[in-house]
Design a protein around this ligand. Structure first.
Ligand SMILES: [Zn+2]
Length: 321
């Protein structure tokens, strides 16, 4: 589908689906080598952050950036903890790098452009209930919005729309404070005014917490999930794997977290065929700025968001002669 549409800039993970089935790492069932096909169609290929940098200077106007065979690593792993699959893919660009590269390329087009930037790992880390990774990812998403706003400041004919495609069944309900007395972790959860403020610091002003495992940290709790152990702590060793399959192919709590001090067993409430938390139908926030933004107001159905975009871009207008 992407090859049929041929957007000028395509950046992300999933290279396994672009490689022909005989190439190591491929997940394709046919012989089509889409990397080759894209290259023949005039795309410059980038496989890491430096190649993306180089590609933006090539002037072909078309970039295919595939930085991982599967899902790209999270900001927390990529920039700070060096866990996940960062050792295998050490030089992945982040959402900010990719947004900058895409805007730089697309803005060369006189007739304007449409760019979709997804902070995909916010969702991908919410599924396995890894709230610290989802939160840091949200900070990077916010920075990507900042890049777009900076672009809009010098290109005032830009409409920026920021929204989610769905919610997860999770909320921030307070903090976990290690200094609170006792050994039972639930007694260290502060709610309402008792929560106080988390004590994350940002000494180097990069917008990210200097460390995620501070003594008083945000506490998020999900209303659904598989059997798992709640550790009340960030997963510093790599993304959380809450449940693993037993011999009956049912997902059961991952014992790897059982002995984390204070960990408690949480009974799942979704079928045992599911390994992670699920999407929720809560309404989502949409924010917009720029020409056309006035079309977004009040309560809207998702399908009407598309109509506002189409109207603003004057797409589908009938030709009169
Ligand atoms: Zn999802």
């Amino acid at each position: 589908m992407i090859f049929d549409v041929k957007p000028d800039v395509i950046l992300g993970g999933g290279s396994a689906y672009f490689l022909g089935k005989d190439i190591p790492g491929s997940k394709r069932k046919d012989d089509k080598d889409y990397i080759k096909l894209f290259q023949e169609a005039g795309y410059t290929l980038a496989t890491d952050k430096s190649e993306l940098q180089t590609a933006t200077g090539t002037n072909t106007g078309k970039i295919l950036g595939l930085f991982h065979t599967g899902n790209m690593d999270t900001t927390l792993d990529r920039e700070f903890l060096k866990k996940g699959t960062v050792e295998k893919f050490p030089n992945q660009p982040g959402l900010v790098d990719m947004t900058k590269a895409a805007l730089g390329e697309l803005s060369k087009t006189e007739e304007g452009f449409f760019l979709m930037v997804e902070g995909g790992n916010i969702d991908k880390m919410s599924h396995p209930l890894d709230w610290d990774r989802a939160l840091v990812e949200t900070i990077e998403f916010d920075k990507a919005v900042g890049v777009a706003r900076e672009f809009a400041a010098s290109h005032p004919d830009t409409l920026i729309v920021v929204t989610g495609d769905h919610a997860h069944g999770v909320s921030i309900i307070g903090t976990v404070d290690d200094e609170k007395p006792g050994t039972e972790m639930r007694e260290k959860v502060g709610t309402y005014a008792e929560a106080g403020f988390p004590n994350y610091t940002d000494e180097n002003n990069d917008g990210y917490p200097d460390k995620i495992d501070v003594t008083r940290r945000l506490f998020l709790s999900a209303n659904n999930g598989p059997d798992h152990y709640e550790t009340f702590r960030p997963k510093l060793g790599g993304p959380f794997v809450p449940a693993i399959q037993n011999e009956k192919k049912e997902y059961i709590a991952n014992e790897a977290y059982k002995d984390v001090p204070g960990a408690v067993f949480v009974q799942g409430n979704i079928p045992k065929s599911g390994d992670s938390g699920v999407h929720a139908v809560d309404d989502v926030v949409l924010q917009a700025a720029g020409p056309g933004a006035e079309g977004f107001k009040g309560y809207m159905e998702e399908s009407d968001i598309y109509r506002v975009l189409v109207d603003t871009l004057a797409l589908g207008a009938k030709q009169t002669n």
